[in-house]
Design a protein around this ligand. Structure first.
Ligand code: HEC
Ligand code: HEC
Length: 426
């Protein structure tokens, strides 16, 4: 396998060089290169359990018995998370697309991996991912361990031919020989590799936001606009239908329902039926690596949850993302198509197009006024953890300025089409 793999890497590299030097000067040269790997700084450290709003019971419940947390394992996982040597050509680390300075996202519509290859999905934050019932926008991985194995071997992300190749390249370094030996009492292997990464990720909790202090009883922690936004969120804007559990059991930990919905982000631009047939065959093959490849690197990406369940009603359904730190994790939605939170709200306000047969019934015109959209943004901004407060203020100002002149998704006529839809739910 070794020589064959090396040969194909060389061919890929040659093609990449050829495109780089082509006559097309409009394409910037760094197109064929991923961005530099971010450094592991203070924001990459395991987070304190003493944050306001920290859910101790849920956190303990998220640690699987067969992968207990140890300081050595967490430190090894952190080192691996920032190490480009995990990728086929040394240029891409997990942190390339999950940068601690950007709340563990990459700030791009869709991510860029080895050789500058671009995928079709937006990089979600890894903060609080330990609480997810499933991983990825379509939930195709159950655990953080299962998840971590996939980007390493995805050809548009880290590009390794298989996990063993990643292990071999790390095992060549005495520092890793020693770290694995100290942590697991044996030489590097793929199971321990992903266990260490998952352990590190389980330390990336993010609470301690103004909204947490408000919930804890500090009435001055958030302003009047954010308070009005919180009321709208649970009432006329209907956000709580999906970004929280029902009234009896509201989940204010992460503002999500661990479920999947088609909210109409996608313009149905693909020939869905042949695409779905193709996807069905793929899912039947049971090959998780091939499905991952299709989800990130092919048109089948648009099928969303269907790629896991093969159920027609799941076409273009995606996982409800949590909303903590959302101010600093844009651009938004599974394809990064919406640049500002005002764009996101314009989308919800108008309801979605009539052509989408799989649209969630909870997506309806909301008839919200511009000042109400501002209040909802203020509420979402109050979910920014203290460590990202400075970035959050800056980004809020940037988005507000942009939203004043640029509103590609605003459709006021549609937003006010059905005033009755804006009645409270209860
Ligand atoms: C080239 C960019 C890139 C690299 C490298 C990368 N990721 Fe990701 N990551 C993504 C994208 C894009 C998604 C969403 C893909 C999807 O949902 O289909 C994602 C999803 C995730 C999720 C799921 C989060 C959620 O809310 O569902 C976790 C956890 C994660 N990545 C951790 C990692 C780890 C650990 C590594 C390194 C082993 C890594 N990523 C490498 C881009 C990347
Ligand atoms: C029917 C369920 C549902 C409702 C109602 C709903 N959401 Fe969402 N929300 C989702 C899903 C599913 C996604 C991901 C969709 C995608 O990417 O295709 C999402 C994505 C988002 C995002 C993007 C987050 C990110 O990381 O990209 C924001 C912000 C958001 N919702 C806020 C709101 C607000 C504010 C409201 C109320 C006005 C609301 N949502 C109502 C289900 C819902």
């Amino acid at each position: 396998m070794g020589p064959v793999v090396r040969a194909s890497v060389v061919i890929v590299a040659v093609i990449a060089v050829a495109t780089d030097t082509s006559a097309d000067t409009s394409a910037p040269a760094q197109q064929a290169r991923p961005p530099p790997i971010p450094k592991s700084g203070p924001l990459a450290q395991p987070r304190s359990t003493r944050q306001v709003g920290f859910p101790l019971d849920q956190t303990l419940a998220a640690i699987p018995p067969d992968n207990p947390q140890t300081p050595e394992k967490i430190a090894l996982g952190q080192k691996l998370f920032f190490d480009g040597r995990l990728s086929v050509d040394g240029t891409v680390a997990c942190a390339t697309c999950h940068d601690p300075q950007r709340a563990f996202t990459d700030g791009r519509p869709t991510s860029v991996g080895v050789l500058g290859r671009t995928g079709q999905r937006n990089s979600p934050t890894v903060l609080n991912a330990l609480y997810n019932k499933t991983q990825f926008w379509d939930g195709r991985a159950k655990t953080l361990e299962d998840q971590a194995a996939l980007p390493i071997v995805n050809s548009v992300e880290m590009g390794q031919p298989d996990l063993e190749a990643a292990v071999r390249s790390l095992a060549a370094y005495p520092e890793y020989q020693q770290a694995f030996q100290n942590t697991f009492g044996r030489p590097p292997n793929s199971k321990d590799l992903i266990a260490a990464i998952a352990s590190y990720e389980r330390t990336l909790t993010s609470f301690a936001s103004p909204f947490d202090r408000f919930l804890a009883g500090d009435d001055k922690a958030i302003g009047e606009p954010a308070k009005r936004g919180w009321v709208l969120f649970n009432d006329r804007a209907r956000c709580n239908k999906c970004h929280a559990l029902p009234d009896e059991m509201p989940d204010l930990t992460n503002f999500k329902d661990d479920d999947f919905h088609n909210i109409g982000v996608l313009i149905v631009r693909h020939h869905v039926v042949p695409l779905a047939h193709k996807a069905e065959k793929l899912v039947n093959s049971g090959n998780a690596v091939e499905v991952d490849q299709a989800a990130i690197g092919s048109d089948m990406s648009a099928l969303g949850r269907f790629l896991v369940t093969k159920t027609e009603s799941d076409i273009a359904s995606f996982k409800t993302p949590g909303l903590r730190n959302v101010m600093v994790t844009g651009p938004y939605f599974h394809d990064g198509s919406h640049e500002t939170l005002w764009d996101v709200l314009d989308h919800y306000n108008k309801g979605a197009g009539p052509q989408d047969p799989w649209l969630d019934p909870d997506i309806q015109p909301l008839g919200l006024q511009e000042s109400e959209l501002d209040d909802l943004v203020a509420f979402m901004a109050s979910l920014t953890s203290d460590v990202y407060q400075a970035q959050g203020m800056q980004e809020l100002a940037r988005q507000r300025a942009l939203a004043r002149t640029n509103r590609p998704y605003r459709d006021t006529r549609r937003a006010f089409r059905l005033k009755t839809a804006a009645k409270p739910l209860r």
